[in-house]
Ligand binder design. Structure first.
Ligand code: 5RP
Length: 225
């Protein structure tokens, strides 16, 4: 199976975690796009969605699913999103699609995070994938030096030759060369550096379930305590 077919497989498998009558939290990325496509078949059974990005909002609306502001709704039963890496405890690196801040907000609003990913995303230690960090532009230099002191190499993410601007009007740093052996402690530390909006380690908002697309089908990894 191709990587694209594996993404389709897990996108469809995620439908069984959507609670009829509820509002579902929806992430961002190519795997989530497969989930949104599959969700079209259930659109009359759900109230709508809370979305983690402008791009997912547009895709949801295009298939007729109402999108609510996060402030308009209470706790969500489930948040479904992809990952750039996921480890054996359900901790993830996210933000390859620059949507990490809103992803973390919607994940925090949900009782359960169901991660959908192809098997290439499963790792022993987080950090092979460059770590995305959303930052306030005036703090870029200092935050870069702080990551360099940890052994990281930092690049400012560009789009069409200019700094990428997120849905929140901020910039993204991608940090290579880190081995994140204690994701919870790492996330807590970096989060409190002035100017960091969101670090792309999801340990406080880790997944409870991962639907992993493999050549032999969907493997369910259950991380719930
Ligand atoms: C976007 C994300 C995505 O979930 C992550 O990048 C995985 O994307 P894809 O499903 O396209 O591989 O965090 O900010």
């Amino acid at each position: 199976m191709t990587q694209d077919e594996l993404k389709t497989l897990v996108g469809q498998a995620a439908l069984q975690y959507v609670v009829p009558g509820d509002i579902v939290g929806v992430g961002t990325g190519s795997t989530v796009n497969k989930f949104i496509d599959a969700l079209a078949s259930m659109k009359d059974q759900i109230k709508g969605a809370v979305s983690s990005s402008v791009i997912s909002t547009e895709r949801l609306k295009a298939i007729g699913i109402p999108v609510f502001d996060a402030n308009e709704v209470g706790e969500l039963s489930v948040y479904i999103d992809g990952a750039d890496e996921i480890d054996g405890a359900g901790c993830m690196i996210k933000g390859g699609g620059a949507a990490l801040t809103r992803e973390k907000i919607v994940a925090a609003q949900a009782r359960r995070f169901v991660c959908i990913a192809d098997e290439s995303k499963l790792v022993q230690v987080l950090g092979q994938f460059p770590l995305p960090v959303e930052v306030i532009p005036m703090a870029t230099r200092r935050i870069t030096r702080q990551f360099e002191a940890m052994g990281g190499t930092v690049t400012l993410r560009l789009k069409d030759g200019v700094p990428l601007v997120t849905d929140n009007g901020q910039h993204i740093l991608d940090v290579r060369g880190l081995q994140i052996r204690d994701p919870l402690a790492f996330e807590s530390e970096v989060n409190q550096w002035p100017g960091v909006v969101t670090v792309g380690v999801f340990a406080h908002q880790r997944a409870q379930i991962c639907l992993l697309g493999t050549a032999s089908g969907v493997r369910v990894l259950n991380y719930a305590a």
